[in-house]
Design a protein around this ligand. Structure first.
Ligand code: PGA
Length: 255
């Protein structure tokens, strides 16, 4: 059994207005409060408008808050963007970078993701760096190559197990209800771990958390979270319901 503490991260994406977001965050915090012991860290990544109220709603309950993106620059003329230090200042401890929806909607390249992760590190945030292949890439037999290339291109200097989490999110599994099989997930996670070892050494690679994301739900979480190289989940749709999100966190338990 690995010594890595699992991370269950909710990615709310562009969902929730203030009232519902606070209710959801309070519901997660309330569940956290009544658990005596839960073998995972819990993180909520709300839209940026709700970071402050979610930070307030979970305060004192061992639930972390993160951003969904940050700019690579420290400050300046970048209308509509958010600096990593601003997220930190608002109470975040994590930030997702390179989500496939950002790579697609905003044409983010590996180099941009790398710069954002470096900015997150500089601001004292843990960067959750997302990688994953499309269905066309999988069908063409390129899964391993694509994930290796994205990982190599997205990790900044100074990456270590304390400041970085990797999220493997096959694009074809995100929001589709089509989850990777345990074999598919473990295969890519093991490749990622091997790449991390080549880059950072065995010690850091063994400590670094690699999350699976893509249609993780209460009914498939247990088998995915029990895989040797799966150290948690990045959860979209199921993180919008407190009961489902919490059922996934509980699925870490009897591994
Ligand atoms: P999903 O999203 O759980 O709705 O598939 C996961 C993600 O995009 O992080």
């Amino acid at each position: 059994m690995s010594t890595r503490r699992k991370l269950i991260a909710g990615n709310w994406k562009m969902n929730m207005l203030r009232a519902d977001g606070i209710v959801l965050a309070e519901a997660v915090a309330a569940r956290r409060r009544v658990e005596n012991w839960l073998p995972c860290d819990v993180l909520i990544c709300p839209p940026s408008t709700l970071i402050a109220p979610v930070v307030a709603a979970v305060a004192g309950n061992d639930v972390a808050v993160g951003g969904q993106d940050c700019h690579a620059k420290v400050s300046g003329a970048h209308t509509g963007d958010t600096a990593a230090a601003m997220l930190k200042d608002a109470g975040c401890s994590y930030v997702i970078v390179g989500h496939s929806e950002r790579r697609t909607d905003h044409a983010e390249t590996d180099a941009m993701v790398k710069a954002k992760a470096a900015a997150a590190h500089a601001a004292g945030l843990v960067a959750i760096i997302c990688i994953g292949e499309t269905l066309a890439e999988r069908d063409a037999g390129k899964t391993i190559d694509v994930n290796r290339t994205q990982l190599q291109g997205s990790l900044p200097e100074g990456t270590n197990a304390n400041n970085t989490v990797i999220a493997y999110e096959p694009v074809w599994a995100i929001g589709t209800g089509r989850v990777a099989t345990p074999e598919q997930a473990q295969e890519v996670h093991a490749v990622i771990r091997a790449e991390l070892e080549a880059r950072l050494g065995a010690d850091e690679a063994n400590k670094m958390r690699i999350l699976y994301g893509g249609s993780m739900k209460p009914d498939n979480a247990k088998i995915l979270l029990a895989l040797p190289d799966v150290d948690g989940g990045l959860i979209g749709g199921a993180s919008l319901k407190a009961d489902d999100f919490w059922a996934i966190a509980r699925a870490c338990e009897d591994e």
